[in-house]
Design a protein around this ligand. Structure first.
Ligand code: UTP
Length: 287
């Protein structure tokens, strides 16, 4: 499931009439990268939680007969393939969140669709570079341990107040830690570590019972981190484990990170990189 119902206030006014997950990163909306990441990990059923301005998000994953027939008539097959790709990626479903009461509340809206199966949560504004796969490792860890799996990343201690922070213990597996506690957006001095939860989770449906009774927490929102903290603290449950990610990640809900994502991805692309890289060098030299 991909929650994409937040208000995106950091990106106003761009997000006044458009979800932030639809902001283009080079030439694709951010959320398309996230759907592609899910399908690359073998997931073919995707539920997107949508809020206001839902139409342009759902339209993006639908076919557009007028545009497709025009491109076909012109014989522009490469553009036609680009248009059709997003509507053929996966079996995509949409559910409204109603009010944006927090990430935990958005996840709870997936309950009926998920049923009895484990599922992955991928935040629609958080891009993981396809060259640094993460989700497959997380799905494997879930199968192996039966536990909730979160993605963790070391961040500058001065930024930990923007994330959920994890207290952890080492395991015998390199890159995998046991999560012993979680705090949502702690002050630097209260953070248990500088390991931040980033936008990937693999969960069992048992999380829904916990979310149903999770009271609003930080910011008055129902926090997924608070439900995960309850799982981590339960001595009789399978617990919570973290996969520590050391690859490239872009938070496209943040303006500076969004610009970095575009620069890095465009510079690395075969079609745009050769023209852009010398320009970037020249531009940087003048700064
Ligand atoms: P964020 O906190 O980054 O989203 O939520 P936001 O509230 O839209 O951002 P700002 O701070 O106002 O700019 C993380 C993810 O959870 C989704 C968001 O769409 C984003 O992908 N979300 C958040 C929901 O789907 N519903 C909510 O009620 C809150």
């Amino acid at each position: 499931m991909i929650p994409a119902a937040g208000l995106g206030t950091r990106f106003l006014p761009a997000t006044k009439a458009m979800p932030k997950e639809m902001l283009p990163v080079v030439d694709k909306p951010a959320i398309q990268y996230v759907v592609e990441e899910a399908t690359a990990a073998g997931i073919d059923d995707v539920l997107i939680i949508i809020g206001r301005n839902k139409n342009n998000l759902s339209n993006h994953f639908d076919s557009v007969p007028e545009l497709e027939s025009t491109l076909e008539r012109k014989g522009d097959h490469s553009k036609l393939a680009k248009v059709q790709h997003s509507s053929e990626l996966a079996d995509i479903h949409f559910v409204r969140q109603g009010e944006p009461k927090g990430l935990g509340h958005a996840v709870l809206r997936a309950k009926a669709h998920v049923g009895d199966h484990p599922f992955a949560v991928l935040l629609g504004d958080d891009l993981i570079d396809e060259r640094d796969p993460l989700l497959t490792t997380m799905l494997d860890e879930h199968t192996k341990r039966g536990a909730a799996i979160v993605a963790l990343m070391e961040v500058d201690p001065d930024s930990i107040h923007l994330y959920g922070a994890a207290a952890v213990e080492a395991t015998d597996d390199e890159g995998v830690v046991k999560v012993t506690g979680l705090v949502e957006k702690p002050a630097k001095e209260d953070a248990p570590s500088n390991l931040a939860i980033i936008g990937r989770y693999v969960l069992s449906p048992s999380v829904f019972e916990i979310l149903e009774r999770t009271e609003p927490g930080k910011g008055g929102e129902i926090q997924l981190t608070d439900a995960l903290q309850e799982m981590a603290a339960d001595p009789d449950g399978p617990g919570v484990y973290g996969v520590v990610f050391r690859g490239r990640r872009y938070d496209t809900g943040d303006r500076v990170d969004y610009i970095k994502a575009i620069v890095q991805l465009a510079a690395d692309r075969e079609d745009l990189g050769p023209e852009l890289r010398p320009w970037f060098k020249d531009f940087a030299a003048k700064l």
